[in-house]
Structures are given as C-alpha cells and as structure tokens.
Design a protein around this ligand. Structure first.
Ligand SMILES: O=P(O)(O)OC[C@H]1O[C@](O)(CO)[C@@H](O)[C@@H]1O
Length: 430
C-alpha cells in the first residue's frame, strides 16, 4: 500500500510541511503506544497482531469437513460480515458467496428461494452471539433448510465468542465452530477466522491474505514518512482538525466497492465518539464522478477524498471507431481511460482546493487485499490515538438495540418507551 499526501498540503490552508513534521512527533509517540498495546495483547490493539496470531490451519481444518460447496451463505452483520465480504467480493471464485446482513424479508426470501441449500455451507458469525438480526436470520435459514429436507447441522459452521447463544447451539448440535479472537472488535476482525472462513471455502489463498497483513505490520514505523498507514491516518486526522469532516472513499475498481463499505464501518464506528470523528462516504470511481463529484468540488469545503486504485489490472481494448469525436478513444483501453479519469479527478479536486489522498495497491489479489485492510486498520488506530478517541468501543449503538428489543417484548427497556413518545408531524399524500 502506497500513500501520496501531495494533494493534502497544497490544498489545505494551515497544513504545511512544518505542521506535518510537528504532527510526526506525535505519530512517533502514538506508534510507541500502539506497539505496547500489541505486545501486551491489549483489547483492540490485539487486532494489529492478527496477521501473526490467526492460524490458517485451524480454519482449513474446519473447511475440510465440507465438500467444496456450490455456495457459502454468511449470516452475520457489521464486522461479522463486512471483512469477509470485502475479500470475497474482490476476488473471483466459482463458489458463490452471499451475505445475509440485513432482515429485509423480501431480500431474505428471494435469496433463500434461489440458493441450492443442499450444496450450500451456512456460515453463522456473531462475536456476541446475541445480535438480533443475525439470530433471526439464522432461525429463518435453518427452517428453510429443514423445509427443503436439508440437515442444517450437516451444513453449518459457527464463528462466535466463548459464550452466547451461538456457542451453546454449536455445542448442543456438535457443529464445527471457530472462535472469534479475544480482544478484537468486529470491525477489526477481517484478518481472523471472522473474515477468512468465506475466502477459504471459496478456495482463495488465505495464507497470502495474512502475508499481506504481515507486510502491513512490517511497514509500521515511528514516522508517517516511513509508514503509509500512519501517513493516511495522520493526514485524515489533521484534515478533520481543519474541518474535513467527511471522508469520501472512492476506489477506482468495482472489485473494491465492498472494501469501501467495510471501511465505512471501521471509520464511523471507531472514530465517531464524543462529537469527534470523520464521516465516511462511499463512492466509486469513475461512476461517481457523474453523481457526487459536483458536490465534492463545489459543495461545502468540509471533505477529503480518498482515491484508491490498483496500479496493475486486466485490460480491455476500446475498438477503433470513425464515429465523430470518438476517435481519441479508439485503440486505447478501458484501463487507460480509468487511469486518465483517476488522474483528472485527482487534479480537478486539487484545482478546487479539495484535499485528496491517493492510495495505491499493486493489484487486487489476496496479498494486496490483506495489506490494504491491515493498513486501513492501523491508520484508524493511529487516528484514534492522535484524537484521543476510544477507538475500540461502540457504546452509542446499544440504545437502538435495546429499543428494538423492547418493542418486540424482549425485555423492559426505557428506550422502547421513548419510541412511543415520538412527536408526530405527518404530512400525508392527499
Ligand atoms: O458480531 P456481533 O456481536 O453479532 O456484532 C455485529 C456488529 O454489531 C455491532 O456490535 C454494532 O451493533 C458491531 O460493532 C459489530 O460488528
């Protein structure tokens, strides 16, 4: 992972080489703190040692209990789905991967109706084992399998914490089960059992993903000028301090679209605390040049744009044409066009004084994905250190969970009463 900060200094008043140098002193101190947390296996920091602590053999031992499936259905939400989806959706496989990470009945029914349940492995993932959406979806999937005459206990893997509903279910039915690593918040668990079961079942090289993570670990250093991950974390923090409270993440590769979703949870749930944080906005290059760019260039000056691309990619030639005004495209290639769009967008943002950071990986493969995921996790941890944010918790999500549970009779929660107190101001279509 390479990071170019050139268009942050030039575009942001008050962010000079000198301020970056001063910030680098704080990066050195933050790095020491991070390394200490990693060495002590501290909650949260333990995520940054996963490339070394995750045992791919343990994952393979569970995979080997299944014939190569036609499809993998992951039932999990947030960090229990997005890491696996970011890796799986970036790579090709003849084993389909589906993610049930919402409880929309239309979508759930449509997916289950299409899935070859007898050739599907169900991968149920929940660190807490208590997440309503995941457990509800699993009960629905289990019933659908039973109705299809499929023995769900023969086709289900569980990945969960030491205790909880899923752990008891796995023990009761003797299901193959993997542990969610201790001390690792869900959104930081892509390089663990949580993120690697699906890629392993799809035949991907999970050892290479972990090797990419180790490349990221080796690249951590006490200076942002030596560590691309810290350069990204320090620059996004410094820009947030100067008003860039939205981070539009714009990969120029369709295969990285789900990576942007994964990044959104990491950045939002880790840094959104105490009135601080930077709002991740998911975009896709070149597509969103034709939808969002107007705002990025000419809207409120409160954004940074993260432009992400692989430097090597497959290619398709654009046929020669004599159509008026199109000759310049003929004989060129889609990759050339996409790279021209990337460079042009980068320059157009700089010309409008919109800070933007270039993030490059070699190609979209297992190793580069491992490095990119690790790099962004380390960047997030560093940002949290610089901003004195408690990066590894997410207390604000509990209110809504209690309210929903109370509304469904799952307990007595004052939050549920507050739902009933909603002030009505309805404007109805006459
Ligand atoms: O893995 P679990 O415990 O089901 O949680 C799923 C997701 O829900 C959250 O707790 C937020 O509600 C995330 O932090 C987590 O990734």
């Amino acid at each position: 992972m390479n990071v170019d900060l050139g268009n942050t200094i030039e575009t942001t008043p008050g962010l000079t080489d000198e301020t970056l140098d001063r910030l680098d002193d704080r990066v050195a101190a933050a790095h020491d703190r991070i390394v200490a947390g990693m060495e002590a296996d501290e909650f949260g920091y333990a995520a940054l040692t996963l490339p070394e602590t995750t045992d791919p053999e343990a994952i393979r031992a569970v995979m080997d209990q299944f014939d190569r499936p036609a499809a993998v259905l992951t039932v999990g939400i947030g960090g229990s789905a997005l890491g696996a989806a970011a890796i799986s959706n970036a790579l090709e496989s003849d084993v389909d991967a589906h993610f049930l990470d919402n409880v929309d009945p239309d979508a759930v029914d449509a997916l289950l109706a299409d899935l070859p349940l007898a050739e599907t492995v169900v991968n149920v993932v929940s660190k807490s084992g208590t997440t309503a959406e995941t457990l509800a979806n699993f009960l629905v999937v289990r019933e659908a399998m039973a109705e299809a005459g499929v023995d769900w206990t023969e086709r289900t893997i569980v990945t969960t914490g030491e205790e909880g509903n899923l752990r008891s279910l796995a023990d009761e039915h003797g299901l193959p089960a993997l542990d969610v690593p201790d001390g690792v918040p869900g959104r930081f668990s892509a390089l663990s059992t949580v993120g690697l079961v699906v890629p392993a079942l799809q035949g991907h090289d999970i050892e290479a993903v972990l090797a990419g993570g180790r490349d990221g670990m080796d690249a951590l250093a006490g200076s942002l000028y030596e560590s691309p991950a810290y350069a990204y974390g320090a620059a996004t923090y410094a820009l947030a301090e100067r008003g860039a409270l939205t981070n539009a993440v714009m990969p120029y590769a369709e295969s990285l679209e789900t990576f942007a979703e994964w990044f959104a949870q990491l950045w939002a749930e880790s840094l959104g605390k105490d009135g601080l944080g930077q709002t991740p906005a998911r975009a896709l290059g070149a597509t969103d040049q034709h939808s969002q760019l107007q705002l990025y260039r000419a809207g409120p000056p409160d954004k940074i744009v993260s432009l992400i691309r692989p430097t090597e990619r497959a290619d398709t030639t654009i046929p020669e044409t004599d159509l008026d005004g199109l000759a310049y495209l003929g004989g060129s290639s889609l990759a050339d066009l996409l790279d021209a769009e990337f460079a042009a967008t980068e320059a157009s943002l700089a010309a409008a004084d919109v800070p933007n950071i270039r993030v490059e990986i070699e190609r979209v493969d297992e190793r580069s994905l491992g490095e990119l995921l690790y790099g962004m996790e380390a960047a997030c941890v560093l940002y949290g250190e610089l901003a004195s944010i408690s990066t590894f918790t997410q207390p604000a999500v509990e209110w809504g969970k209690k309210a929903a549970r109370g509304l469904l009779g799952g307990g007595d929660f004052p939050e549920a009463d507050a739902v009933a107190d909603k002030r009505e101001l309805r404007i109805e279509q006459s």
